[in-house]
Design a binder for this molecule. Sequence first.
Ligand SMILES: Nc1ncnc2c1ncn2[C@@H]1O[C@H](COP(=O)(O)OP(=O)(O)OP(=O)(O)O)[C@@H](O)[C@H]1O
Ligand SMILES: [Mg+2]
Length: 263
Amino acid sequence: MPRPHDVVFPRRRERSEDRRKEGQHRKLLDEFFDHPALLAVSRLVNRGLFDSIDYPISTGKEGGVFRATAGAEFRAVKIYRIGNSVFRHLPPYALEALRRESSVKNFGGLIFAWTRREHTILGRLADAGVRAPHPYGHFRNVLVMEFIGSPEGMAAPRIVDIPIEDPAALYEDLVLQVGRMARDARLVHGDLSPYNVLLHDGRVVLIDVAQAVSADHPEARRLMERDIRNFSKFFGRLGFEVEPADFLEAVGGKTIGPPPAEA
Ligand SMILES: Nc1ncnc2c1ncn2[C@@H]1O[C@H](COP(=O)(O)OP(=O)(O)OP(=O)(O)O)[C@@H](O)[C@H]1O
Ligand SMILES: [Mg+2]
């Protein structure tokens, strides 16, 4: 039974719901789009990398990824949060590498270096023909890359979020991409998981590559083995048994870094 007030002002409740949603939306935007981030975004807009930011595809503790419009196309814009949260989960070797590469001391500077690093690595992957978002540019803590999704603008799902009908085909495609990453780009992802692999047009796309290390890095082999082990477990859960040793062999793991010392 609607209350008389709602009969007279039928839109009232809806409006308050709209306001609540708007409030949540604004809170989210406030978190990412502080004054410096807005300046960075406008710099990239002025450079012609995109026209406007549409909405968040994903927001997490370390940053957010937004869909953006660029003419008739879409782009993905990743904004890292300024703060130490990005580095809290980072193993010491990665932080060391970053400090060495960037020679900056404060967290702000490190975040910018981290953003640049992701851009550089995406470039190396593109050069090697690995399926990953093409990088378009970066400024401060903002990275602009290819939008992985439908022409209508629907972002591609992560493989952890969808039913996998043909795990064998997925495995084969993953071996191809990770193998290219290792052999041709000479890089190890270091955080390869079903959360960081999208499925687009039935094929895998590797994302979230900022922590990747060179194949000759002392930790490279250990990281590769860990990536492979984790992914093998995922395939096992799908009922498709993958022997980590075979997986490693298939992606050229033997050519990566120094082999780990025998336990
Ligand atoms: N280029 C892209 N095109 C479409 N969607 C993307 C793209 N890059 C990232 N995404 C979406 O944004 C999510 C987060 O991206 P990513 O994994 O790079 O960031 P993250 O730092 O791991 O963030 P989180 O901590 O939230 O996982 C992805 O899971 C994916 O859904
Ligand atoms: Mg991720």
